[in-house]
Design a protein around this ligand. Structure first.
Ligand SMILES: C[S@@+](CC[C@H](N)C(=O)[O-])C[C@H]1O[C@@H](n2cnc3c(N)ncnc32)[C@H](O)[C@@H]1O
Length: 371
């Protein structure tokens, strides 16, 4: 079947590689979208870099900026043959015969109509096509019906899709403990993918917060040994609670990332999301800047350091001084703000690292890697 995966802007190439590794045949990679053909099943539902996954119902045409697009959407949706889509959903989760549905719409570019008008037009069309009840939005967190359709319009067209899982894939059941600045799990999974965590690797997150990076590394490589540290005891408790819910073992300690109580080369990979100056100030030995952390990161691993950090580009000097060099610097948009996903390696290893990524089907988008 044809599917459309939505992901964060900037990690489309990592998401495409993950879907391909899960057996999908990737057909197109676009702004926040990866289109593929695959048998919809557990392998795809385990794709950790995907925000949301839809069975492709229709490609919509004639849906430009003018309000006539609404009637076009409604008319095209009315003609949907939904049987195979509903059967594919039922193959992965129970679906009551009379389950109502919602429609969530989004679009790129300026339009003379709103997202809610698209939802209503598509919802009315789908009511006719499905003979099921449409629940118009906006809906509260606990009010979402079991069937969720997505309309996304861009340029003069778009698509209609049906969510395969019961909830968006980015929502992780383990993540009930959270804190300010906590990471979006699919971005943490993308970091783990870049890190190339191997079985038995010790993965260290010295700013572990609620543990997202570690738990996603565990999802990517269940045989990894996870070690997390944070200067805040409350954060370490949150990470512990999330790890327990995820059924993942992680060694967690309260420590300052500028003075880690770990031996040289103790970690195979460092995956982390340091605090950044504008919203979350680094504490302890890092109150004056992240320099001690870069030195510690280079000391405790002979391998790779993958970081998610706003304005990572501004850290070029201390990163170089620590003996590390950027292999990939990928700008990523999260909730309307830009951050950078960076893969750093010991100086001189850039080519080898790019070859390692290529062997995994990970080819940075143009502009992702520094010159
Ligand atoms: C951006 S948050 C990490 C969020 C985490 N990735 C998550 O998903 O929840 C940064 C973390 O760094 C911690 N921190 C600040 N200064 C630190 C230091 N010197 N050493 C270790 N942790 C520190 C904060 O307590 C906070 O939990």
């Amino acid at each position: 079947m044809r599917l459309v995966a939505r992901c964060l802007r900037g990690i489309e190439w990592i998401c495409a590689a993950e879907l391909a590794a899960a057996g999908a045949h990737v057909e197109a990679v676009e702004h926040r979208l990866v289109e593929c053909r695959a048998a919809p099943g557990p392998a795809l539902l385990g794709a950790g870099t995907v925000d949301d996954l839809f069975l492709l119902g229709l490609r919509l045409t004639g849906a430009g900026r003018q309000r006539t697009a609404l009637a076009e959407v409604r008319a095209q949706v009315e003609r949907l043959e939904a049987g195979p889509l509903l059967a594919a959903v039922e193959a992965v989760r129970p679906l009551p015969a009379d389950a109502p549905f919602e429609v969530v719409a989004s679009f790129l570019g300026r339009r003379n109509y709103s997202r809610f008008e698209i939802e209503r037009a598509a919802g009315e069309g789908l009511e006719r096509a499905l003979g099921r009840r449409f629940v118009p939005g906006p809906l509260g967190a606990d009010e979402h019906p079991p069937l969720s359709w997505r309309v996304h319009l861009y340029d003069e067209g778009g698509f209609l899709g049906l969510r395969l899982a019961a909830a968006p894939l980015h929502r992780r059941p383990y993540k009930l403990d959270s804190l300010a600045g906590t990471l979006h799990p699919p971005l943490a999974r993308a970091a783990a993918a870049l890190g190339g965590v191997a079985p038995g690797d010790r993965v260290l997150d010295p700013f572990c917060g609620a543990g997202t990076m570690l738990l996603e590394a565990g999802g990517e490589q269940p045989a990894a040994r996870l070690v997390g540290a944070d200067i805040a005891a409350g954060a370490v408790r949150s990470a512990g609670a999330n790890a327990e819910r995820a059924g993942v073992r992680a060694a967690l300690l309260v420590a300052d990332a500028g003075r880690l109580p770990l031996a040289d080369g103790a970690a195979g990979v460092v995956l982390t999301n340091p605090p950044w100056s504008r919203r979350l100030a680094p504490a302890g030995s890092l109150a004056g800047g992240l320099e001690p952390f870069w030195r510690e990161a280079a000391r405790v691993t002979a391998g790779r350091v993958v970081v998610v950090l706003e304005e990572l580009e501004d850290q070029a000097e201390p990163i170089a001084a620590a003996g590390l060099e950027p292999v990939v610097l990928q700008r990523v948009a999260v909730s309307g703000a830009w951050t950078t996903l960076g893969l750093l390696a010991p100086a001189g290893r850039r080519r080898a690292e790019l070859a390692r990524l290529a062997a995994l089907g990970l080819r940075p988008m143009s502009g992702a890697a520094p010159a």
